[in-house]
Design a protein around this ligand. Structure first.
Ligand SMILES: [Zn+2]
Ligand SMILES: [Zn+2]
Length: 297
């Protein structure tokens, strides 16, 4: 059943319903398997155009839940090549052919994406031979970001920028622009000036976060190194104060021994803007107002 969260009235003007930007969180998790928080993937829609940011574990299951047959998803943007952000790509591609997708799918990603796609084609060669021998099928066409930094779809413009994911050299965030509206997706990153610059006064900032209890941090060396590649609560507060988004949605949250409520309370200490956590199947309309719906349970 649709559950209504809240409405933020931001300003008033007339924008028709089909001009609304919609964000649907297909998966809000991390590499750790969790049935309630599948792998990271965000669907952004306007008019008849749909793009997807990252394709984590279980993306096709969530697409099925919202009744999406992929026919409009022709452009996918991958933030980086950690497996949690790409493991759903083959499932999406293979299933799109079951649904008889008529168009090919562009997959934009960092250096290495072409090899990834080449590997997928080889890995599933037999399946295609068995199912579509002699018949045409929907293909994946893969592009490196080094070739383009701003990609214009029919309506949505996607700006790709480098973030700061520790030793991961080719990791990116995205700024999605439509008319005078903008959504920024941080990707996996620690504090990044590029994220701040791009998120300055944006409508919606989708940002990752990591938070741990002191005990877990003190007792786990591996965890301390993971922390250095993600965004801590104090870094996040700095980012939000510097960028001032209208709404911040915390996503890809790595929480160890602390709750979402703890994180929100900590942020509140030094930032008074609106901050919420994402959840799978949460949907956000961005128009004159920002409306957040939870179309899950
Ligand atoms: Zn990740
Ligand atoms: Zn990562």
């Amino acid at each position: 059943m649709t559950k209504y969260f809240f409405i933020l009235i931001l300003f008033f003007s007339n924008v028709s319903a089909n001009e609304l930007l919609n964000i649907t969180f297909l998966g809000t998790g991390t590499p750790r398997p969790n049935i309630n928080k599948l792998g990271p993937s965000v669907l952004v829609k306007v008019k008849n155009e749909e793009i997807m940011l990252d394709v984590g574990r279980g993306t096709t299951l969530r697409l099925n839940q919202i009744g999406n047959n992929y026919s409009k998803i022709n452009n996918i943007y991958i933030s980086h090549l950690h497996f949690d952000h790409i493991v759903g790509v083959p499932d999406f591609w293979l299933t799109s052919n079951l649904w008889q997708k008529k168009t090919d799918t562009n997959i934009f990603g960092p250096v290495g994406i072409k090899n990834f796609c080449k590997g997928l084609r080889q890995s599933y060669e037999k399946d295609f031979e068995y199912r579509y021998s002699g018949n045409t099928h929907s293909k994946i066409i893969c592009h490196n970001y080094s070739e383009k930094k701003i990609i214009k779809n029919n309506f949505l413009e996607v700006k790709i920028f480098k973030n700061n994911h520790g030793h991961i050299e080719n990791s990116h965030g995205f700024k999605i622009i439509y008319n005078n509206k903008s959504i920024v997706y941080s990707g996996d990153t620690t504090y990044s000036k590029e994220v701040v610059k791009n998120a300055k006064n944006c409508d919606i900032l989708i940002h990752e976060v990591i938070a741990t209890s002191k005990k877990m941090r003190d007792n786990n060396k591996k965890l301390r190194s993971v922390i250095s590649t993600h965004t801590t609560i104090s870094q996040l507060s700095k980012i939000l104060n510097e960028s001032n988004p209208k709404l911040t949605i915390l996503n890809h949250a790595l929480l160890f021994g602390v709750s979402e409520k703890f994180v929100l309370n900590e942020i509140k200490e030094s930032y008074d803007g609106k901050v919420i956590f994402s959840k799978d199947m949460m949907s956000v309309d961005l128009g004159d107002e920002i409306n957040v719906f939870n179309i899950g349970n």
